[in-house]
Ligand binder design. Structure first.
Ligand code: ACO
Length: 704
């Protein structure tokens, strides 16, 4: 029986710590670790371990962990990779809880087996592993700097988790420059055991952490990551920077869904779905983090711009549109709020223009008025350096306004743009930790990030739509396919599967002779469609296996012969089961709906404009299943297909409910039926409201 796993709290708040590989040489990492732990004022016992014994930085050095009469909560391992397993065994005997394995030389250089052995041994002995290949962990709550990074880390409210060590150490430096205090900085390295999700579970609950920033390169258990992120982002902002936006990671697959679902598209969509703020670069990530860590949450959507320059106001207005910030425009409230504090030739519309003759006192008056107005819930204040402004009062005015807004819990974001005097004011303010920006766009993007988080937190959690499927009947169909050693379903099988889950397909019959073709076409009523059915032909049109719009028996006879002839000549070895005769479906909006089981993130759904140009148009949106109905609606709204469904050029509204239902069903099929790897309907033809939809072409792939 595997022993119980220790509470993650003891990684962040260890009651005692040992360092295996504590070195007497000041230039070694093992020395630096002990130095940082001791100098960070860690309150618990510290046990440096080194066969040479002696004393190090005033602490007794133990020749082996076995000599320590304690069960350390945290052991930092700082010996060469080949010695790590021995050290881990020592930790097991000492009943340690968490191991921070600093050493490099494991899976990152292909030494996967050694890493795996280390983790399974650790688990067998009730221990968890951070790393290997890390620079360590700094924890504010534990008052410990168990890293070999900078010695002085200022404590604060921001937690950072990083997969890259070097970048992490650089980030510590950057936080110091930007006056961002840290509640935690954790290097996860190879993530052999503990990963972002484990750490988030602690950080979500840690009251001293206001915001979590993560640098991520790859995710191992995406389904768990999604679950944890969904919970985390409702409690505090989570900012993520993920490297690897290129399409290289896109998985080649036999369906559109696969090729559309480039790894980064999917990641991006999932982060939005979870309410996580994804930054494109480090600059944004730091700006957002710095601002969100201190800013109060808005109490509503109404934002106002106060400026002394028209141009900068217009730039801010444009940025507001991009970042989804609602500029308040109730003329009477604006007049009431700003009328007395704006010159006659200024503007009371949003942006409120105090004009180029504004001085610090004018800003103070306008900002106080906005602060007092319950209708205004956030303010962006912009300053463009002018000759008449009393620059000596700029810093004090900004500091005072920021304080008053913070006291009254209303977000205020300040931008000041200009020459040396303005830059000096900005520097002085930043030194004091007062948020002020020199770039309007950056400032508005921060407010945009705050609003994204606000909206996510203020929308109530949505219930996941329950879809019950007849899994036993589905399995019967799939069983036959597997018996036939196929990993894809033939058209009649796919139709049968759709019938089981209640997705309509065109009425059809399988004709095995010319006579049958004519007879079935008569029964189905003209016009009809004909398609080749063969387990050896997946792409039917490519081999001339499809004929549309057949109006009479003569055309059916010709098409039947042409299809067989073409398929036999282009695919001579194909075993042909017959030709499917289907009713020709009347026109409607054509959509693609796909679901696939992603190796990392589990069931993923794609929705968009259908037809043969889907891969060119790429008008699609993604989500991770399971979904709520509202989330499906948001997914639809993100695409141009939404306008088609609402009806364009006098067309009637389409059957949106049926579309939502179909998306949910496909998601549920992939989620609940592990043998299905890919499902795709393209096109799903959607008719007018109340008249449903029909899946014209259905592709189902099974896991090999
Ligand atoms: N128990 C205790 N101490 C031991 C043991 C043991 N079983 N075995 C050896 N030691 C001692 C050694 O005697 C030595 O102490 P000394 O200096 O007093 O002689 C100390 O442990 C360290 O051992 P060394 O062999 O000197 O190893 P060194 O310090 O050169 O390197 C290290 C060890 C740092 C773990 C190295 O192998 C390594 O992996 N470096 C890369 C670390 C890294 O970059 N991690 C990723 C960080 S993220 C980023 O990219 C920034």
């Amino acid at each position: 029986m595997t022993p119980e796993r220790p509470d993650i709290k003891y990684l962040f708040e260890p009651r005692s710590v040992a360092i295996i590989g504590a070195s007497h040489s000041p230039d070694k990492i093992g020395y630096k670790m002990v130095e940082n732990i001791v100098s960070s004022g860690y309150p618990g016992p510290v046990y440096p371990i080194n066969p040479k014994g002696g004393e190090l930085l005033g602490r007794k050095v133990y020749a082996a962990l076995a000599e320590v009469k304690d069960e350390p909560d945290l052991v930092c391992i700082v010996v060469p990779a080949r010695l790590v397993m021995g050290a881990v065994q020592e930790c097991a005997t000492a009943q340690a809880k968490f191991l921070a394995v600093i050493s490099s030389g494991f899976s990152e250089v292909g030494n996967i087996e050694e890493e795996r052995k280390m983790v399974s041994f650790a688990h067998e002995h009730g221990m968890r592993v951070l790393g290997p290949n890390i620079f360590g962990i700094f924890s504010g709550p534990g008052r410990i700097n168990a890293t070999f990074g900078p010695k002085d880390i200022s404590a604060g409210k921001v937690a950072i988790i990083t997969q890259s060590g070097a970048l992490g150490i650089a980030m510590i430096g950057r936080t110091a420059v930007e006056k961002i205090g840290l509640s935690a900085m954790v290097s996860v390295g190879n993530k052999s055991d503990l990963d972002e999700s484990d750490l988030l579970e602690y950080l979500i609950r840690h009251s001293g952490t206001a915001i979590v920033m993560m640098y991520v390169e790859g995710i191992k258990d995406g389904e768990r990551f999604i679950r944890v992120l969904k919970e985390a982002a409702r409690k505090k902002p989570v900012v993520i920077i993920k490297a690897g936006r290129s399409r290289r990671g896109a998985i080649a697959a036999a369906s559109h869904t696969g090729s559309l679902a480039g790894a980064d598209n999917v990641f991006d969509a999932i982060m939005k779905q979870c309410g996580v703020l994804r930054a494109e670069n480090l600059e944004d990530a730091f700006s957002w983090t710095r601002f969100l860590a201190d800013s109060p949450m808005p109490s509503g959507e109404n934002a106002v711009i106060v400026t002394n320059g028209g141009g900068i106001g217009v730039m801010a207005t444009d940025a507001c549109e991009k970042f989804g910030i609602n500029l308040y425009d109730d003329a009477s409230v604006m007049r009431e709020t700003f009328g007395k504090v704006t010159p006659d030739f200024g503007s009371l519309k949003n942006p409120v223009d105090l004009t180029g003759q504004a001085r610090a006192s004018h800003y103070t008056a306008a900002l106080e008025s906005a602060l007092a107005s319950p209708s205004i819930q956030a303010v962006m204040s912009l300053y463009c350096e002018t000759a008449v402004f009393d620059s000596e009062n700029l810093a004090a005015m900004i500091e005072q306004s920021v304080k008053e807004y913070a006291d009254r819990q209303k977000p205020l974001i300040f931008t000041a743009f200009g020459g040396a005097k303005t830059e000096a004011a900005i520097d002085a303010l930043r030194q004091k930790g007062v948020p002020v920006f020199s770039d309007v766009y950056e400032a508005v993007s921060c407010l945009g990030a705050l609003y994204s988080h606000y909206r996510h937190c203020s929308s109530p959690p949505e219930p996941i739509a329950e879809i019950s499927l007849d899994l036993a009947r589905m399995e019967q169909i799939l069983q036959k396919v597997r018996q036939d050693r196929r990993t894809f379903l033939l058209a009649p099988e796919a139709k049968e599967l759709m019938a089981v889950v209640g997705i309509a397909t065109p009425a059809s019959r399988l004709a095995r002779s010319l006579d049958e073709a004519v007879k079935f076409a008569d029964e189905l009523k003209y016009p009809v469609v004909m398609k080749i059915v063969s387990k050896d032909i997946i792409h039917k049109s490519d081999v001339g296996g499809v004929a549309l719009d057949l109006l009479n028996p003569g055309e059916v006879i010709d098409a039947y012969q042409a299809i067989l002839q073409s398929c036999r000549s282009l695919k001579p070895d194909a075993v042909i089961a017959g030709v499917e005769i289907s009713e020709q479906v009347r026109p409607g909006a054509e959509l693609i709906i796909g679901a696939r089981r992603d190796k990392i993130y589990g069931p993923i759904i794609v929705f968009g404009l259908g037809g043969k140009y889907v891969e060119v148009l790429k008008d699609v949106s993604f989500r991770a299943a399971p979904l709520s109905r509202k989330e499906v609606m948001r997914m639809i709204e993100e695409t141009r297909a939404y306008s088609l469904l609402l009806g364009v050029r006098g067309e009637k509204r389409k059957d949106m409910d049926r579309v939502v239902e179909t998306v949910l069903k496909l998601g549920a099929m992939v989620a609940q039926c592990p043998s299905i790897s890919d499902l795709e309907i393209n096109p799903l033809v959607v008719f007018e409201y109340g008249q449903g939809a029909t899946a014209l072409d259905v592709r189902v792939l099974l896991n090999p």
